[in-house]
Every structure is written in structure tokens, then in C-alpha cells.
Ligand binder design. Structure first.
Ligand SMILES: Cc1cc2nc3c(=O)[nH]c(=O)nc-3n(C[C@H](O)[C@H](O)[C@H](O)COP(=O)(O)O)c2cc1C
Ligand SMILES: C=C(O[C@@H]1CC(C(=O)O)=C[C@@H](OP(=O)(O)O)[C@H]1O)C(=O)O
Length: 388
């Protein structure tokens, strides 16, 4: 069973992820994880904090000589901003609890409800952990899962398809995965459509100049999944349910679609369901993929298509109204620094949480303590499914 817990505050010394259940024998290098951490820090529209951080992972357990050992992995990402906060964030009795106390809840954040729930009069105790800084730890963990899936020829990709009202052309899914990855990597907003990408950059600059912020939509694609991951037998085992939960758990994500998603609601049944065909050299196949690769809570062998909507960043240079929890007086929030748009970063997080959930269902189906065992079982099952 694959399990992960993360810990750490946005302005604390570091973020930590503990991963349990990663099989032995998986080739894993810190530099591989660092590539994804760098992607998560990037994307046009990020704020001043990203000029301070240079996320790098330290693997402090579970890997020897470049291979996982089967023991729990500990992944640590240091916060370079920490020296500026060490007195404020000090766990000891001498901490400076006054100078950066937060008594003015920011609309769109966990501040007010978190303070009520945990009984805090200083909402720094809430915002430090609710911050999306935590996603650095989840990307580090998800990248271990991405590595595991790659060994099984399962590839995870993603791109931004909308920023504000600017939309990309629909992706041609016959595009090979390397070309897709290159097009996304060359885009300042991680969008494979260069024209839409340029318009998105302009839109972000205009929002920033106006003291405003933007949200958008990203897609995650997974190639090479065998049929039968997840299950219809208990509803908490459905693959779409689990993936939607994983994507929804990302800070600021407000909607998730699988395949045609909400558009399916407006179509006739005859237009939307993917008909099934058979050819002896190919086995069973479908010529459309409106289901997005999932039917009955299970992967059906087609490309997995997920889409997630992110709300605009809630901290605005143009202030929103709120009320001080001590004085009960209204105020307009002032901002020191914030992202204008973090949809590209969220896309990288989306890929990571998708990879994590998929690695978990792969291990549930195929078991095994070593990568050798798992590879053998997946290969056998792929042959079986193809000749079914
Ligand atoms: C990668 C990423 C970066 C973010 N950066 C900021 C930011 O700079 N300022 C901000 O106010 N919110 C930012 N957010 C959004 C908040 O973390 C989020 O809105 C908040 O935690 C409340 O969560 P909820 O929207 O899921 O309710 C970011 C989110 C993500 C995923
Ligand atoms: C630190 C990261 O994102 C942060 C997420 C975030 C929020 O409120 O979620 C607020 C900002 O932090 P700060 O207030 O320190 O500038 C972002 O920079 C990161 O992605 O690594």
C-alpha cells in the first residue's frame, strides 16, 4: 500500500514528505525530482517569492546507490525564505509572535474558518500550512510515482488550456508524447498552443497591471494505462472518484472533469458514448474517447483525460473587504507580494497528484515488493488484456 504524509510550513525551515510502500529497485535520482520542482516554480505570473526559492530535494532515507530500498522515503525541500522568518516561526518560547501576527482574514483563504476551527487569534498559524507552498512536497512525492509509472511505460503529461477567458485550441491527442512535452516546455505558460500561450501571457500582464489576478484550466493526460485500474465494486475504489479527489485537494481547484466532462451533459447519448470495435491485431478498441479513459470507475485502456479549473488567486493588489478578528472593524487587505496567476504551477501539481494516485492503484492491482516483480506482472496482464 502506497501512503504519503507531508509536513512543513510556508515560512518554516523546510517541507517534508514521507512515502511508504514504494517498491525496492526503482531507479531514482534527486535531479529527476528537481526538474519537476523547477517546473512547479515556473510559469508566467508568479510573484516575488519564487525569486527567493530554488527548490531542490534532499532524499534522506529509502534510496541507496540510486535505487529505492523498499524502506520509507523521506524527501525534504528547504525554504530559502526561512532565514527571513526564523524568529517569527521559531517553535521555542522565545519566538517573536507579535511582529507578523495576522488578525485580518484574507477572503478566499483558509484564514478565518481555520482560526475559528483551531481556536487561533493569530491566523499565521493557519496560513502557514494552508499555503500552496505545501505543493512542493506533493510534487516531490508525485515525482517518485511518475518515475515508477515510467518504468511501466505509463507516461503523465499536462498543459494549461485556459487562463482567464483565453482558451487554447483542443489538443490533438495523436500528437506524440515527446512533441507534446517539448511544446509545453517551450511555453511560458505551459500551453502547447503557441498563439493562445502568447495571448495568455498578455492577459496575465494586464491583470497584474490592474492589480488583479487570474485563474484558469489545465489538463492532465496519461498514456499507456492498462485497462482495469480502479474498481466499480466499492465506490471509494472508483478511479475517477479517487483522481477527482486528488485534483480537488490542490489549493484553489474548484472543478474537475473527466473526458467530455460537463459538455457530456448537453449531448445526446448517441453522440457521446464511445462505441466498441474489435480487430484481431488490436483487440477491443474505441475510435472516440469522450469517456476520458475511464468507464465504470476503471481505466479502460484509452488515454486518461482530466481537466481541472483553478479560481483566480485570492490575494489581490486591488484590496478586497474583510473584518479584523480582534477589533471587528472593516478594513481593506494590503498585500506585500503574491502570484498573479499560478495555473501553470497548479498543472505541474495536478500531474504529480495524478501520478501518485495512479501508482497507488497500480500497486493495489499488481502488488509486489520489487520493481522486477511488478514489471513482470504488468507485462503478463497487458498480454492477457490484449488477447481477451
Ligand atoms: C501553485 C499555487 C500557488 C498559489 N499562490 C498563491 C498566492 O501567491 N497568493 C494567494 O493568495 N493564493 C495563492 N494560491 C491559492 C491559495 O493557496 C488557495 O486559494 C488557498 O489556499 C485557499 O484554498 P481553496 O481555494 O482551495 O479554498 C496558490 C495556489 C497554488 C496551487
Ligand atoms: C511559496 C509558494 O507559493 C505561495 C503560495 C501562497 C498561498 O497563499 O498559497 C502564497 C505565496 O506565498 P508568500 O506569501 O510567501 O509570497 C506564494 O508564493 C510556492 O508555490 O512555493
Amino acid at each position: 500500500m502506497l501512503r504519503c504524509l507531508t509536513a512543513g510550513e510556508s515560512h518554516g525551515p523546510s517541507l517534508t514528505a514521507i512515502l511508504d510502500g514504494v517498491p525496492a529497485g526503482l531507479p531514482l535520482a534527486a535531479e529527476y525530482i528537481d526538474q519537476q520542482l523547477a517546473r512547479r516554480q515556473g510559469g508566467h505570473g508568479r510573484g516575488g517569492r519564487m525569486n527567493i526559492e530554488r527548490d531542490r530535494v534532499a532524499i534522506t532515507s529509502g534510496v541507496r546507490g540510486g535505487l529505492t530500498t523498499g524502506s520509507p522515503l523521506t524527501l525534504v525541500v528547504a525554504n530559502k525564505d526561512w532565514p527571513n522568518w526564523c524568529r517569527v516561526m521559531d517553535p521555542g518560547a522565545g519566538a517573536d509572535l507579535k511582529s507578523r501576527a495576522v488578525t485580518r482574514p484574507r477572503p478566499g483563504h483558509a484564514d478565518l474558518t481555520g482560526a475559528i476551527k483551531y481556536g487561533h487569534r493569530d491566523m499565521r498559524n493557519v496560513l502557514e500550512r494552508s499555503s500552496a507552498r505545501e505543493t512542493a512536497a506533493r510534487v516531490a512525492a508525485g515525482t517518485v510515482a511518475r518515475r515508477l509509472l515510467e518504468e511501466l511505460d505509463i507516461l503523465v503529461a499536462g498543459q494549461v488550456v485556459q487562463i482567464g477567458s483565453i482558451k487554447a485550441r483542443a489538443l490533438d491527442l495523436t500528437l506524440d508524447t515527446e512533441k507534446l512535452a517539448a511544446a509545453v516546455a517551450n511555453s511560458p505558460v505551459y500551453c502547447a498552443d503557441p498563439e493562445a500561450g502568447a495571448a495568455m501571457v498578455q492577459e496575465i500582464d494586464a491583470a497584474r497591471a490592474a492589480g488583479d489576478s487570474l485563474g484558469g484550466v489545465f489538463e492532465v493526460y496519461v498514456f499507456g494505462l492498462p485497462p482495469g485500474l480502479g474498481s466499480y465494486t466499492q465506490r471509494d475504489r472508483t478511479l475517477d472518484g479517487r483522481l477527482a479527489g486528488a485534483l480537488m485537494s490542490i489549493q484553489a481547484i474548484k472543478g474537475v472533469e473527466v473526458g467530455a466532462g460537463f459538455a457530456a451533459a448537453a449531448a445526446r447519448g448517441s453522440e457521446i458514448h464511445d462505441e466498441i470495435f474489435y480487430r484481431s491485431d488490436r483487440g477491443f478498441y474505441r475510435s472516440t474517447n469522450n469517456a476520458g479513459g475511464i468507464e465504470g470507475g476503471m481505466s479502460n485502456g484509452d488515454i486518461l483525460l482530466l481537466r481541472a479549473a483553478m479560481k483566480p488567486i485570492p490575494t489581490l493588489y486591488k484590496p478586497l473587504r474583510s473584518v479584523d478578528i480582534h477589533t471587528k472593524q472593516p478594513f481593506e487587505a494590503s498585500v506585500e507580494r503574491s502570484d498573479t496567476c499560478a495555473v501553470p504551477a497548479a498543472c505541474v501539481v495536478g500531474e504529480a497528484v495524478t501520478a501518485w494516485e495512479l501508482a497507488a492503484v497500480v500497486l493495489e492491482k499488481f502488488g509486489g515488493d520489487t520493481m522486477g516483480e511488478i514489471k513482470e506482472r504488468v507485462a503478463l496482464y497487458r498480454d492477457y488484456a490484449k488477447s481477451f
